[in-house]
Design a protein around this ligand. Structure first.
Ligand code: FES
Length: 287
């Protein structure tokens, strides 16, 4: 497989030369698409097919390594999307085309997945992604106030920063994208904030403002738990399964609060009943 710049082929699709529907990935599928699109829509799709993928030249080997992990190449789509995100800081149309070509999928199939999961960003992200949990428990404990304070602090007078908006130039040092997030699975440590998916527990509006100010200055304050802080592109690479340094996986993975129940049971000698090895499923009522 040739996997390089414009005019060359990616998994069978011609890229950057004369626009064509001869993707060879699945002619019948693309013929069906062409038959239901208007001329303008077809032109747009052809333009999309002609995206320059040379920005991904450096990750082709890694893409192939991801694909080799799975019996069927399409199963590699989620880490592949993290991989393209590690290059541009978001999943661009070219990133979608790259994944489609590598995995022999239609661009629409890749696009459907990339737009479903919130971890795939469709706009260029800041050097850091700050996620504030505003789900029920964190919200009640102060998550809503943290998010409101952050929007105001990072926005302009009278124009608070919005969900998935960035202060600074995306990708440049000190730039920050904020988002409100659903439950981050750390309710016992709420309200919680994540930076590039690393946890900062038991936050207050003041603590979070200090945190983002440090990020704006180029500092990387240590997370409460987990690996040291990196940046959004680097963590996307880790999510694709590539760890460049041993320290990428270093750090405490548990908190005292999380273990409180287990500790209490141990102190009091409580144990759960042993599960029998074979338990028959109850009969299901016939419908
Ligand atoms: S509600 Fe915030 S971590 Fe669960």
């Amino acid at each position: 497989m040739t996997t390089s710049g414009p005019g060359q082929t990616y998994g069978g699709s011609t890229v950057g030369s004369e626009p064509t529907f001869q993707s060879t990935v699945d002619d019948s599928r693309e013929a069906t698409v062409a038959s239901v699109l208007s001329e303008d829509q077809t032109k747009k799709l052809v333009t999309d097919i002609a995206e320059d993928l040379s920005v991904f030249d450096g990750i082709v080997e890694r893409a192939q390594a991801i694909i080799a992990r799975y019996p069927q190449s399409r199963s590699a789509l989620l880490p592949m999307l993290h991989l393209v995100q590690s290059v541009q800081g978001y999943v661009s149309q070219a990133g979608i085309q790259f994944c489609a070509a590598q995995l022999e999928l239609a661009a629409a199939e890749v696009s459907a997945v990339a737009t479903f999961y919130t971890m795939y960003k469709r706009k260029p992200c800041g050097e850091h992604l700050v996620s504030v949990c505003t789900n029920t428990l964190c919200a009640a404990l102060g998550g809503d106030s943290i998010y409101a304070k952050l929007r105001e602090h990072l926005g302009e007078p009278g124009k608070p920063l919005g969900h998935e908006e960035t202060v600074g130039t995306p990708g440049e040092p000190g730039s920050i994208t904020i988002e409100h997030a659903e439950c981050l699975a750390a309710c016992d440590l709420g309200p919680v904030v994540q930076v590039n998916y690393e946890f900062y527990d038991n936050q207050t509006p003041e603590k979070t403002v200090e945190l983002v100010d440090a990020l704006r200055r180029g500092e990387k304050p240590a997370p409460t738990r987990g690996a040291p802080l990196t940046d959004f592109k680097d963590v996307s690479l880790q999510l694709a399964g590539f760890f460049e340094r041993e320290s990428d996986v270093d750090g405490p993975s548990q908190a005292t609060e999380t273990l409180a129940g287990a500790q209490l049971a141990q102190d009091r000698g409580w144990t759960a009943p042993v599960m029998p090895a074979n338990v028959a499923f109850p009969d299901l009522e016939k419908k």
